[in-house]
Design a protein around this ligand. Structure first.
Ligand code: AHN
Ligand code: ZN
Length: 324
């Protein structure tokens, strides 16, 4: 006791120069920032304003420049990973995975990702005449990237305890259409994430875990526990669903099991061995498992809702800032 009082007295004399440093990070509670859904809504609108982000188009390239520029503006170290891939008809597509890293020197990392391209085919459009038309992908693409941009903006203001990588994967939405396409002018799902997972921007890149966001902006969206995520990364599912509850958004995060969805998280798990979950809107009553406007010309800004952006963005911030 005497020793402690003497130490305290000494510290008072010396001012701040001999502050006791906390023994562990546990002593420092970093406050979870408040996600701004207005800002995420604007980032969604901006991406959609370029037109469909289909590889080999000027709308795609302009939006890629915008996304990389925003990450840089928010203080991330940005890598634009370009690759030349091929569709099944052997036609070339030029793709760019966009990676923004915060605290690149920090060994403890979290990966957040989404696809930024939009589907070249409206194959589920009720009007068959539209099936060769590319979609806006407001919900399927833009909304998820917008949530991650807003998270990047917040991370630039208040650093979490861990390093963060945000990856915008290209060429997710080139999977086989539901109608016969002459000369196989299509590819596979998740071509950009497959390329990155096999050729990471940093050799042997790893992270504690990953969270993929896909279709996270529609009004009344429900996120069921995606089956591959539950099987291969159950601790991450638990962490995220608990965070949703802590943030007050458990009404969006159903405790039920959803579908088995082939998405970018599978590439991250298969080739990088990073447990990664998919937060994805699911509709068990629809024919496709997704919303009625999925892969139609109706996937527009009218299906983007600030309340849903808020629920997802705040939940992911909650997860990120609780990490020690
Ligand atoms: C399948 O339908 C096999 N996967 C859905 C992946 C996807 C497409 N996510 C958005 N668009
Ligand atoms: Zn899609």
């Amino acid at each position: 006791m005497i020793k402690y009082l003497m130490f305290t007295f000494f510290c008072l004399l010396m001012g701040s120069s001999c502050k006791q440093t906390p023994r562990t990070n546990n002593a420092v509670e970093i406050k979870v920032p408040v996600f701004n859904a207005d800002s995420a809504y604007l980032y969604t609108e901006k991406q959609v304003s370029f037109g469909p982000r289909v590889p080999n188009t000027s709308a795609h390239d302009a939006c890629g420049t915008y996304l990389a520029g925003e990450l840089r503006r928010f203080g991330a170290a940005v890598v634009e990973q370009q690759a030349n891939l091929h569709l099944l008809d052997h036609s070339p597509i030029a793709i760019t995975n966009i990676i923004g890293s915060f605290q690149p020197e920090n060994k403890n990392r979290v990966l957040l990702c989404a696809h930024w391209d939009s589907r070249p085919y409206a194959d589920y459009d009720p009007d068959g005449k539209n099936r060769h038309t590319p979609i806006d992908g407001a919900n399927d693409g833009a909304g998820a990237c917008a949530v991650l941009l807003e998270i990047a903006r917040q991370v630039n203001i208040t650093q979490p305890a861990v390093g963060l990588d945000i990856i915008f994967f290209d060429a997710e939405d080139w999977g086989k259409p539901n109608f016969p396409v002459a000369n196989r002018h299509y590819g596979n799902w998740c071509m950009g994430s497959e390329y990155w997972a096999k050729n990471p921007h940093v050799p042997d890149y790893t992270a504690r875990y990953g969270i993929l966001l896909d279709m996270v902006s529609a009004p009344g969206a429900l996120f069921f526990k995606e089956i591959f995520s539950s099987q291969q990364a159950p601790h991450v599912v638990k962490k995220v669903w608990e965070a949703a509850q802590a943030a007050g958004y458990d009404s969006y995060f159903s405790s039920r099991q959803g579908g088995s969805i082939e998405d970018d998280h599978l590439q991250v798990m298969k080739h990088r061995k990073i447990p990664c979950i998919d937060i994805i809107q699911y509709d068990p009553d629809s024919e496709t498992g997704f919303a009625s406007y999925w892969h139609t010309l109706d996937d527009t800004m009218k299906n983007v809702d600030k309340n849903t952006l808020q629920a997802v963005g705040q939940t992911v911030l909650q997860v990120l800032y609780k990490e020690k």
